[in-house]
Design a protein around this ligand. Sequence first.
Ligand code: MG
Length: 253
Amino acid sequence: MQEPPLPDRGSALFFDFDGTLTDIAANPGAVCVEPAVPQCLALLARALAGAVAVISGRPVAEIDAQLEPLRLPVAGVHGAERRGADGFLRRMATPELDPARRLIEALVARHPALLLEVKPGALALHFRQAEGLEDQCLATMAEAQRRVEGMALLCGKKVIELKPRRASKGQAVRTFLDEPPFRSRRPWVFGDDVTDEVAFEAALGLGGVAVKVGAGQSLAPYRLADPAALHEWLQRAVLALGAESEPVREVRA
Ligand SMILES: [Mg+2]
């Protein structure tokens, strides 16, 4: 397991949220962010002229609520919505998802251990509390996909998601890098799940750095054992960038 080096002032940092910045919770609403995390992210954002972003399957509003009062640039719902450093939120046009939603709700009604998460432009079916139902969840989600246009299935850790076909974490990284303050910087991507591999691929294709958090096969050349190891890395990065003495409260990325 090769630990990543530390960033320099020409870096742009992109972090997945669940399983990367925080441990995965039993359900998405129960996640708890350690207070040191937003503090470190704020200091890093300051040191990198704001070039720190979160790339998550969660909606942008949930990432804001988790990191409050910090408001970073965020790509949410796997890039189906994105707020750049300019503060504007852009959403991909998505089809009416009700036909898919009704089908998934019928399955959840029969199996209350399942959890349907309704997001802006996407539907996520969580089976963390009912792992034996994975095949049934997959079959239902495949049928749900057939009922709407332009959507794709994405399988993550104990979750199957119906999201816009064009939405991708890799594209989100590339779009950020087309804009200030990310432009011309070397991208670093941190993620824990198979859904982060396209973002690793984007970073590596641009001469950047990819870091897998946790176990499992990955394109990423670097590895951190778990979110706690990432928290230590964040603190070392703050020191390496000389950002530790700057006041957190004034930081707005
Ligand atoms: Mg994750």
